[in-house]
Design a binder for this molecule. Structure first.
Ligand code: GFB
Length: 345
């Protein structure tokens, strides 16, 4: 029985999880955040041995930022020295940089300095530390907001830096673009196997539900749930509802990360999307139905819409054989179940 080793970035404790067999469809290590879980794919096979790839059950795997949905809340511990000490004492062989200061459209707009500075700090420390520690492979997670606000759709990887960014999240986007470039630069100058993956908008268990700072999906779940419980006649949503967004369930991203750690080693970063998008109005209707709120929806047009559309072209990843497994309706049901467990009314 192999023991998969996972070093939790900010708990300081080793999580050693027994994986009894690898014949079932998906295996998740026992780690708090959905996206930081390592998912084991392929019925009847162990992806860690496929194709003679290097990552083995004995590998020391460091997932940075295991507490947040895509790894957040870790930056406070990420002074360069602490990271370096961590790298030198733990000697991780594989690093997944999911740690970031994240938030929805309002948080991005209201806290530009935090989003720019903290994200630069996090990724600089982790990437430079990985280089110094001679990490075998590093995966850096970016975001679909790196693309120009009015880029052609769907967004192909080569559209990076071809136009101006969206104003509310340009600070976060600039940091993420710097992270991509840093990985490319370390590959070019030092030959490091550092790769970048750009996920679309994410959601899932363990999300943040603060109504001012969260992303749209958790905000809608909470708003409709509270409106249902209190018997409110309407729930207020932001903007016009006309922008389009693509949503990927966090566990699907986790599966994509493991897949890319196995099979991707290129300088060019790669998009990780769901394949189709939906208007915010359609999303609101879907969440309202799943939550079971019978009232109306009011659109507060004084709130920003953000980017009109950011539909990823994920054809490169799909052509490699990875596909999302959780459709949007199923994913929202799972996220709502998680919300009810965490915030019983
Ligand atoms: O998820 P969200 O905050 O971020 O908003 P972005 C998506 C859309 O949903 C916007 C609308 O058009 C919002 O106006 N919306 C409607 C709401 N109701 C709500 C609500 O109650 N709360 C929120 N938050 N939105 C973020 C970036 O952009 O996407 C980040 O700011 C990051 O940097 C992330 O890139 C993935 O999709 O617009």
């Amino acid at each position: 029985m192999p023991i998969w080793q996972l070093r939790a970035a900010n708990s300081g404790q080793r999580a050693q999880t027994a994986v009894p067999n690898l014949t079932s469809d998906v295996r998740l290590l026992d780690c708090r955040s959905a996206v930081d879980k390592l998912a084991f794919l392929s019925p009847g096979s162990n992806p860690f041995t496929l194709g003679g790839m290097a990552m083995t059950p004995d590998s020391r795997i460091y997932v940075a930022g295991h507490r947040g949905m895509v790894g957040s809340a870790m930056w406070r511990q990420l002074e360069g020295q602490a990271v370096e000490k961590f790298y030198s004492s733990e000697s991780p062989e594989y690093v997944i940089v999911a740690a970031a200061k994240v938030g929805g459209i309002k948080a991005n707009d209201a806290r530009p300095a935090e989003f720019l500075f903290q994200n630069l700090q996090i990724q600089n420390n982790l990437i430079q530390g990985a280089y110094r520690a001679r990490v075998k492979k590093l995966l850096f997670l970016g975001s679909s907001c790196i693309y120009p606000k009015l880029a052609p759709q769907p967004l192909k990887e080569e559209y990076l830096l071809t136009g101006p960014l969206e104003e509310t999240n340009q600070w976060y986007a600039i940091a993420k673009i710097a992270g991509i470039k840093l990985c490319q630069a370390y590959r070019r100058q030092y030959g490091c196997d550092f790769i970048g993956a750009m996920p679309t908008n994410l959601y899932g268990p363990n999300d943040h539900y603060d109504l001012e700072t969260s992303h749209v999906l958790p905000a809608l779940i909470r708003k409709f749930h509270e409106a249902k419980v209190t018997g409110a006649p309407v729930a207020v949503c932001w903007g016009t509802g006309l922008p389009l967004r693509e949503f990927l369930y966090a566990d699907d991203l986790a599966r994509a990360c493991v897949f890319l750690m196995q099979y991707y080693s290129e300088q060019q970063f790669i998009n990780v999307g769901y394949g189709s998008d939906i208007t915010i109005q359609e999303l609101a209707e879907l969440v309202r139905r799943i939550v079971g709120f019978a009232g109306g929806i009011v659109w507060d047009k004084s709130r920003p819409d953000g980017t009109p559309r950011k539909w990823m072209d994920s054809s490169r990843l799909f052509a490699m054989g990875w596909k999302p497994q959780i459709d949007l309706e199923t994913g929202i049901r799972l996220a709502y179940e998680d919300f009810l467990k965490r915030f019983p009314s």
